[in-house]
Design a protein around this ligand. Structure first.
Ligand SMILES: C[S@@+](CC[C@H](N)C(=O)[O-])C[C@H]1O[C@@H](n2cnc3c(N)ncnc32)[C@H](O)[C@@H]1O
Length: 236
């Protein structure tokens, strides 16, 4: 179909056989809309900045418990990128560091669902968030695909069985490097690792590690939102 100015207009009806993805419609899509709306309301509400400023002096667990109500989600474009990468690379096991309320996990689970095989193992150390995210996964119908590990990812991931072909790092940034090292023996050549908020100063040691060719990654950084970036690394 062509518009009056000669440009081709592409509409879904031009592709009648196209199946909607789990991100376009259905319970995952509508739950993501609700969760993003709640996260946005929280971000623009009072108290948000104060929590972040006082976080530095606390332990990882204290910070996780202090942020028990904070969504801190990946943004929508990053979610769509993760969905697309998983559709393209078709991993059997996806591991996520940092579940929070499950916004990123739902993108990962949507891709695994639409691939037709695979599983997501996600990690969270705040008990309230573990319960809330698990209830969401149950409601949305992805609890058969998603395992939530409750506790410090550096410890819980140590007991993981099998190989891992896709990793999302989105917990506390200073733990990106230790979490990667826990997983490293289980990462076959071709594993993709996405590290969100790579411009955060605490992610520095992680970036140094994956950018050192001696450690066996090809790595790439790109801007993801204002003042921030994502680091994508492939095990080679
Ligand atoms: C930025 S939020 C994750 C947001 C989530 N990925 C999303 O897009 O909705 C970081 C989360 O990581 C959790 N976390 C931080 N350190 C952790 C650790 N060592 N083990 C498990 N979870 C951790 C925090 O409690 C917090 O909920």
């Amino acid at each position: 179909m062509f518009t009056g100015d000669g440009h081709r207009s592409v509409r879904l009806v031009d592709y009648p056989g196209r199946m909607p993805t789990s991100l376009d419609s259905g319970p995952i899509a509508s739950t993501l809309q609700d969760l993003y709306a709640a996260a946005e309301a929280q971000r623009s509400g009072p108290g948000h900045r104060r929590k972040r400023d006082s976080a530095e002096r606390l332990t990882a667990q204290q910070r996780a418990d202090g942020a028990a109500d904070a969504y801190m989600p990946i943004d929508r474009e990053a979610g769509r990128l993760l969905y697309s990468l998983i559709r393209a690379t078709r991993p059997a096991t996806v591991v996520e560091f940092g579940t929070s309320f499950g916004i990123s996990t739902l993108h990962l689970a949507a891709a695994v669902r639409d691939n037709g095989f695979g599983r997501v193992v996600t990690t969270e150390m705040n008990a309230h968030k573990v319960a809330a995210a698990s209830a969401t996964f149950e409601e949305v119908g992805v609890s058969d695909l998603v395992t939530v590990l409750n506790g410090d990812a550096v410890k819980t991931l140590d007991a993981l069985d099998g190989t891992v072909e896709f990793v999302l790092l989105d917990g506390w940034k200073e733990l990106y490097e230790p979490v990667l090292k826990v997983l490293e023996a289980r990462l076959p050549v071709g594993t993709l690792i996405a590290a969100d908020n790579a411009s955060h100063s605490d992610a520095g040691p992680y970036l140094e590690y994956v950018r050192n060719p001696a450690h066996g990654y090809v790595t790439f950084n790109f801007p993801s939102k204002r003042d921030d970036s994502m680091e994508l690394s492939v095990k080679v």
